[in-house]
Design a protein around this ligand. Sequence first.
Ligand code: NAD
Ligand code: DAU
Length: 358
Amino acid sequence: MKNILVTGGAGFIGSNFVQYILEEKDDVFLVNLDLLTYAGNLENLKDLETDTRYQFVKGDIRDRELVSRLFDEYDFDTVVHFAAESHVDRSITDPEVFLTTNVLGTQVLLDAAKAHWKLEPDNKYSREYRAGVRYLQVSTDEVYGALGKTGMFTEATPLSPNSPYSASKASADLLVRAYYHTYGLPVNITRCSNNYGPYQFPEKLIPLMIHNAQQDIPLPVYGDGMQIRDWLHVKDHCVAILDTLERGRLGEVYNIGGNHEKANLEIVRLILNELQKPESLITYVQDRPGHDRRYAIDNTKIRSELGWQPSYTFEQGIHETIQWYLSNAEWVRRITTGAYQEYYAKMYNVSEEKGKPT
Ligand code: NAD
Ligand code: DAU
């Protein structure tokens, strides 16, 4: 692993990963290709501005010419593909961009990797690639659909996505799988559970609730708040990705989960408690359409094959995360002005007269 293309490296998980990999590895050169949508923020990476091992490129993964030019210029041997539209609620109101970015964008990257890495690119029967190349697709547990009260997602669980977001991620996974089976492209897919930690955009549950509680504005809990997610600290996720790049068996899927199942309401109460805010701020709002009730990852495969395991307890991780948001109030302020206010008002049906989500 020498020349790495990271897509979506200005987003939440991507920026944590870029920082992590450059801390861990001295001898790599990393290009971060990111369109800087509402979710991309170069402030997350400001410490790297003078690092000669790092290059930012503003651009779209759907741009074939650009992606191919970058492969020519930087001679990548590794691709870690994070770039995506990632928010389920946005996919419900505007699915189209989820399909173009998450599905077609993935296909552009796969095509570029195949064209640049295949030893005989014009021979359709050849399955020989340059030594040491690898494409890693960062996917999600949401492709498996929803669980009832019991059971866990394994890598063999059938794909059964329920939202336009998860359908687009599942489609991308199927393309990655097809490029492995048809062309022999050296790939891995990782499917992880809900991440939390520094630099997460406050449209997602944990940073949104921290932000609202700090502002003393209502905390919008969907439905009865008893939906369950399996929380994974973003730094544990980054370690799992590097382990997969270094030791994952080619063509394999690895589930990554923190073994921390929590109901949304439990998390919201914990945040209010830590910030010493009253539970009266909790406001039950109309449920998300098609809302998945429960996710839980069985991480046996990555533990036993790659020796990975989560290092954070949820209690430690959430405490540190809340403290990070408190210490980085200026970062939060800058991204929650302007377009964020419009998004919030529209998504949560907040009008000036009502002043609270419905
Ligand atoms: P994010 O929304 O915070 O960041 C996405 C990044 O992709 C942004 O920097 C954005 O500018 C960039 N981007 C979007 N469209 C692009 C395009 N067309 N071309 C180039 N860049 C583009 O997302 P995240 O939460 O960091 O998630 C990263 C990846 O991990 C996604 O693929 C997501 O599906 C997956 N994932 C996320 C979670 C989670 O809990 N956040 C869990 C499982 C899987
Ligand atoms: O499971 C992995 C997935 O986790 C990733 O693939 C997605 O990219 C990521 O966004 C996340 O999806 P969720 O839909 O689970 O995350 P979100 O933070 O949007 O919501 C978490 C839970 O909290 C979910 O049950 C919905 C609920 N919720 C969320 C928001 C934003 C609320 O009750 N109120 C809210 O305002």
